[in-house]
Design a protein around this ligand. Structure first.
Ligand SMILES: [Zn+2]
Length: 703
């Protein structure tokens, strides 16, 4: 393969050089720089001569006049400022904002509230920076936000730099940025999201035009004069229409369903889901539903409204049906976001579905970014194609196993900030290294050392030095023997670490990098204050691995059945695979070690001692006594490490309890929460999560 640089995205990255690798990868890959991630507020305090008064949320009541305010302030103040700083086209100051843009902004506010948009007008350079704000609290769970390093209380902003006079009628797509205002440090999710949105805008831009979007808006405009008062009171809301479309139905289907249900949102949704099979095969025009729609449309036409108005915003229903239903759908809109999780739509996992531009380009951007966000972990950070998972998605976004992506990621550093963002900390790298070492030298490594590393040869960037298609376990083992312990590494300066590793074996550093970036779980070593005291080890970690969809399904089941805590013990060599692929129902597969005496499922125990048995603590003779030493890193010799996870499990009827052994047949109903490592056997037989004092301590630690 060849890798070349093409200056394709020049106008997106105004100042910095952009690297693109060849086009065989389906999505254009942009090497991302940590540029301009500073929020609008701070940007305005820089040399940009824009008065703070131009930054504000657009408000429905005063949107018209606020534009006027902006323009007058900008033009009067900018005369005093150093205007030569900018290239200024003659007559650009005071030019009128594009009416389509104005309508797009209003539509976004109407459908998703004032908080959904803020903007800044750079009158002198005909630019408007539109910030589309995604409310995270309704999209992802707290644990996911934490693992993704996002502040859940604050929206994630997608910022577009647009021409405010020509809006969509500019040949080159606008520059896109994604950030959280309060977070200045690099954030992997923002980088991935930026690339996703850049690609989306790049592809959608040529398809949209001011004229086309204007036609959509006109269809939605109310023709109040043609509607009698009685009828006007009972109209279909654009909001309902937009929400149904977001679930995955077309504008036409949504409209038809709302007509049928006479504007009742819930009924419309139910009908659509009940008839989704018939809707999918739209050709069958003889369907009863279709007939009903036609009938309704006929009545509608008779009611003195011109034929083309059936496409318009308001469709009438009978007054007796009215206000209660309208109120109901309004109340519902508070929680409606829960409907919109892509994983719960009937289109399933396809979060790459392109929303129709029915409500304008900005709404389209809002909808697409909101539907992509919760499933970013399911797509490769480089090529944006779905990961091929063995056991369902994991929590952390990662590079897929396609060779092109591995090359792009390892040799060009494409998206490296997205996956390496881990900022894992030496203690966690230590744990990861320990797990991989244990797997690579184990006698069952051909089964349990999975995934096998994919590492590009540093001396020949077109070749893989370690390739899962040609596994060489001895080679990996040999390289890992040269990787020094984290204790030794932290004694060196950061520059010396790579140098020292390279001098031992040129593959040490790339392999270490792979071990770090291929981890798909969120692992954080707990500080002494956060540890669970009765677990009696300094090696305690937060271990989260459920992706947003699983966490949401888990929460739903928890509301229904409740949950409790239980331990899962497994030998140290098995965790290399578990943190990358999740706990799986291994019974009956080659990964099964401990038998399935109690049936198929994930084995758990409320009793720590029982789980220690599964971690082989007692079989191995209990480990060596260790001398007094720092509690920061694990001992290099990992033959005697014992690992157990503390999991939250749904207490549903199918959770089979046979004394101290519990078997959960559904892997979605077990979520790891904590992880404990021991260097020697310790007596924990009495720890029982079902006892009040232990349960309370666990709940406290989870907060
Ligand atoms: Zn990929």
């Amino acid at each position: 393969m060849t890798i070349q640089k093409i200056p394709l995205f020049v106008n997106l990255e105004r100042k910095k050089e952009t690297e693109i690798i060849n086009s065989t990868i389906p999505v254009i890959i942009v090497k991302l720089h940590n540029d301009l991630t500073s929020p609008l507020e701070t940007m305005s305090q820089s040399s940009l001569s824009v008065p703070p008064s131009t930054q504000r949320s657009i408000s429905m009541e005063s949107s018209g006049s606020s534009y006027m305010d902006c323009k007058s302030t900008v033009s009067s103040e900018s005369e005093e400022e150093d205007m030569d700083y900018y290239y200024k086209e003659e007559g650009s100051v005071g030019q009128k904002i594009c009416p389509v843009l104005e309508k797009d902004m209003e539509k976004l506010v109407e459908l998703y509230g004032e908080a959904a948009i803020s903007y800044r007008l750079l009158d002198a350079i005909d630019e408007i920076d539109i910030q589309i704000n995604l409310p995270l609290s309704s999209i992802i769970d707290a644990s996911v936000a934490e693992a993704w390093k996002l502040n859940k209380e604050e929206p994630l902003s997608v910022c577009l730099h647009l021409s405010y006079t020509n809006y969509l009628d500019i040949p080159s797509p606008p520059k896109v940025e994604v950030f959280q205002t309060s977070r200045n440090e690099k954030n992997g999710i923002s980088s991935q999201m930026k690339k996703v949105m850049e690609t989306f805008v790049f592809h959608q831009w040529p398809k949209n035009s001011n004229r086309m979007i204007d036609e959509y808006h006109k269809r939605h405009e109310i023709v109040i004069n043609q509607v009698s008062d009685e009828e006007a009171a009972l109209m279909i809301e654009d909001k309902d229409l937009a929400r149904i479309m977001e679930i995955g139905f077309s504008a036409e289907q949504a409209r038809d369903a709302l007509i049928l249900s006479r504007g009742d949102f819930l009924e419309a949704i139910n009908n659509l889901f009940a008839n989704k099979d018939s809707l999918q095969s739209e050709t069958s025009s003889t369907k009863k539903e279709d007939k009903k729609v036609k009938e309704l449309r006929t009545t509608e036409r008779q009611s003195s409204v011109p034929h083309e108005n059936r496409k318009k915003k308001k469709i009438f229903r009978q007054i007796s049906h009215g206000s209660a239903a309208t109120r109901k759908s309004h109340e519902l809109s508070e929680t409606a976001d829960l409907y919109l999780k892509p994983s719960s739509t009937w289109f399933g996992k396809n979060s790459k579905r392109i929303p129709e531009p029915e409500f304008g380009f900005l709404v389209q951007i809002f909808q697409y970014s909101r539907q992509r966000l919760p499933t970013l972990n399911e797509y490769c950070v480089v090529c944006d194609e779905p990961h091929v998972f063995q056991n369902g998605a994991m929590l952390k976004p990662a590079v897929c196993s396609r060779e092109l992506c591995i090359f792009a990621f390892q040799t060009l550093g494409v998206m490296s900030d997205a996956a390496e963002d881990i900022a894992t900390g030496a203690e966690v790298v230590d744990l990861l290294l320990t797990m991989t070492k244990a797997a690579s030298k184990h006698s069952r490594r051909n089964i349990i050392f999975d995934p096998y590393p994919t590492v590009v040869d540093p001396s020949d960037p077109n070749e893989l030095a370690l390739n899962p298609k040609h596994k060489d376990y001895d080679a990996v083992d040999k390289i890992l023997k040269h990787v020094m312990s984290m204790e030794q590494m932290t004694a060196l300066s950061s520059g010396d670490i790579k140098k020292t590793l390279d001098s031992k074996n040129k593959l040490c550093y790339p392999l270490l990098q792979w071990i770090i970036t291929s981890n798909r779980s969120h692992i954080v070593k707990l500080t002494p204050e956060r540890r669970i005291p009765f677990m009696k080890t300094p090696f305690q970690y937060l271990l989260l691995s459920s992706p947003p969809a699983k966490e949401a399904a888990f929460r739903e089941a928890k509301d229904k059945y409740g949950s409790t805590f239980a331990f899962h013990g497994s030998a140290v060599e098995n965790w290399h695979s578990i943190i990358r692929q999740g706990l799986i129902v291994a019974s009956g597969t080659s990964k099964q070690v401990n038998g399935a005496a109690y049936g198929k499922g994930i084995y758990l125990s409320p009793n720590a001692g029982t789980s220690f048995g599964y971690s082989r603590m007692y079989a191995s003779g209990g480990g060596k006594k260790k001398e007094n030493r720092s509690e920061r890193f694990l001992r290099g010799d990992n033959n005697t490490l014992f690992c157990i996870a503390l999991c939250e499990v749904i207490t549903w009827p199918q959770l089979k309890k046979s004394g101290q052994i519990w078997v959960c047949p559904e892997s979605d109903y077990v979520c790891t929460r904590f992880f404990f490592v021991y260097e020697e056997a310790t007596g924990h037989e009495n720890i029982d999560t079902q006892q009040k004092q232990y349960n309370e301590a666990i709940l406290k630690a989870l907060k």
